[in-house]
Design a protein around this ligand. Structure first.
Ligand code: FCB
Length: 479
């Protein structure tokens, strides 16, 4: 057997661990792939503004063109059909569908997503749509620091639900409100770029409120699909067992994980230790009415997992997992490295066993309150390696490290949730690879490639990577 046959045999063996009915998909987000930022009546989001400010994005990049998905949607759906995924997770661009963030929806924006949905359904691919993946319209002044944005989001959700409710199988209200609060408002490395540290907490609360209002709005619009939310969870541990390290690890767990999971699933914020009650006052003083809005019955819970976090007391370096963040050095704690794990292109620890831990934490924290779970994102950035195929002489993108990453993470998730596993109480329904395409990776610009499909950002040509061939074989071979 040659190397290619070996790889295909491995894919077939891997396929046997995938349970029948388990959904395998790929994910993208509007701002990261669409481009066409001035086309079809679209107006600007905070991310358009942010990317055009100097010094914000690595290499001075912006997403004006990105992967040009807006103009290549037909080609991209054909790639998905060729790959054979069960489901595609994408996001509706808020400034494309509702330019300015208020008023009725934009016909040309509707036409774009009509086409996407119709082509997906014709190809037998189930649509999972996110209502908000970070592209807040600039006109919503104060953005998520302003409570009114939650109401605006509810209004947008209702209208989007009315138009597309007949074709979307699964709705995600908000993607990773923790990242928006922490990177966008607290540390300033994502849009809108403020460095409010703990004063950013209202931006988290208002997104949660927006989530609750959006669930109510989608139900009022009688959408036929299931409704959930996507939170990013990073299992947190203290670097040592000193009281200080433990206390800051608990604090980080609250602002990164628990405040979002507890509010949406349990209808309360976590108990705030006395010493952090002032910093986290909005969580301590939250009104029961707000919590009741946030706490909506959900059909599923979306988990994004990338890496675990280790916390120690004392200031440390200003580099965050998502970029340089000088504001970090003003905090009394820091993130410690994970020397025991290999690192991804981004420098993130490659720690598949912690996906099982994240699922086990969901089971133990939320018990009966946890609905079925989809892993709505998981994936790895790697530098390009272009190889000439020995058999065919054709250039191909060799990313066997992505195959290893995806298979190890899927295996970790499936074994943790199998009978006898640490997360056996979790009803795990699917896994979405981040990402279908190489795309605009926020503060890292085009420097981090997560795609199953390579995108040449000059010609915009698409080339399926080796991992694409592997996944296609897995999907064909499973029972
Ligand atoms: C997640 C985001 C997604 C992508 C991946 C790498 O936090 O939801 O848009 O940037 O990280």
């Amino acid at each position: 057997m040659n190397a290619r046959d070996d790889a295909m045999a491995e894919a077939e063996a891997f396929a046997t661990i995938i349970p029948p009915g388990f959904v395998i998909g790929a994910a993208t987000a509007a701002f990261q792939v669409e481009g066409g930022v001035h086309d079809g009546g679209r107006e600007l989001s905070v991310w358009d503004e942010f990317t055009h400010q100097s010094g914000r994005i690595l290499g001075g990049a912006n997403a004006d063109v990105a992967a040009d998905h807006f103009h290549r949607v037909g080609e991209d759906v054909a790639l998905m059909a060729d790959l054979g995924i069960d489901s595609y997770r994408f996001s509706f661009g808020w400034p494309r569908l509702q330019p300015g963030g208020s008023g009725s929806l934009n016909r040309e924006g509707i036409a774009f997503y009509d086409r996407l949905l119709d082509e997906l359904l014709a190809a037998g691919i189930s649509p999972m749509a996110t209502l908000f993946h970070w592209d807040t319209p600039v006109e919503l002044r104060g953005s998520w620091l302003n409570r009114d944005t939650a109401g605006r989001f509810g209004d947008y959700a209702y209208q989007v639900g009315e138009v597309f409710g007949d074709r979307v199988d699964r709705w995600v209200t908000i993607n990773e409100p923790a990242t928006v609060m922490l990177n966008g408002y607290a540390l300033g490395i994502h849009a809108p770029g403020t460095t409010l540290l703990f004063d950013a907490v209202p931006a988290g609360h208002h997104q949660l409120l927006g989530h609750g209002l959006a669930v109510q709005a989608l139900r009022a619009a009688s959408v036929r699909g299931e409704i959930g939310v996507t939170n990013v969870h990073s299992p947190v541990s203290a670097a040592t067992s000193t009281d200080e390290d433990e206390a800051y690890a608990a604090l980080f767990d609250i602002v990164h994980n628990r405040m979002f999971g507890d509010a949406t699933l349990l209808g309360r914020y976590p108990t705030i230790p006395e010493e952090f009650a002032v910093a986290l006052r909005p969580l301590v003083e939250v009104s029961p009415e707000d919590l009741a809005i946030i706490h909506q019955p959900l059909d599923f819970y979306g988990l994004n997992y990338y890496f675990p976090t280790r916390i120690a007391a004392g200031t440390g370096s200003s580099s965050s997992p998502d970029g340089e963040a000088p504001a970090l050095s003003a905090l009394p704690f820091h993130l410690e490295p994970w020397p025991e794990f290999a690192r991804t292109g981004f420098g993130w620890p490659n720690a598949p066993e912690f996906l099982g831990v994240a699922l086990a934490e969901l089971a133990s924290r939320y018990g009966e309150a946890l609905p079925p779970v989809y892993i709505t994102e998981g994936g790895v950035s790697l530098p390009d390696t272009v190889l000439l195929d020995a058999d065919t002489g054709v250039a191909r993108i060799a990313d066997s490290a992505r195959i290893d990453y995806l298979s190890a993470h899927l295996e970790s998730a499936l074994s943790a949730t199998a009978p006898g596993g640490a997360a056996s109480a979790v009803d795990l329904r699917g896994y979405y690879v981040w990402s279908l395409l190489d795309n605009f990776e926020w503060a890292a610009g085009y420097s981090q490639r997560f795609g199953l499909v390579h995108v040449n950002f000059t010609t915009l040509d698409r080339t399926p990577k080796q991992s694409f061939g592997w996944l296609r074989r897995v999907l064909e071979a499973r029972s």
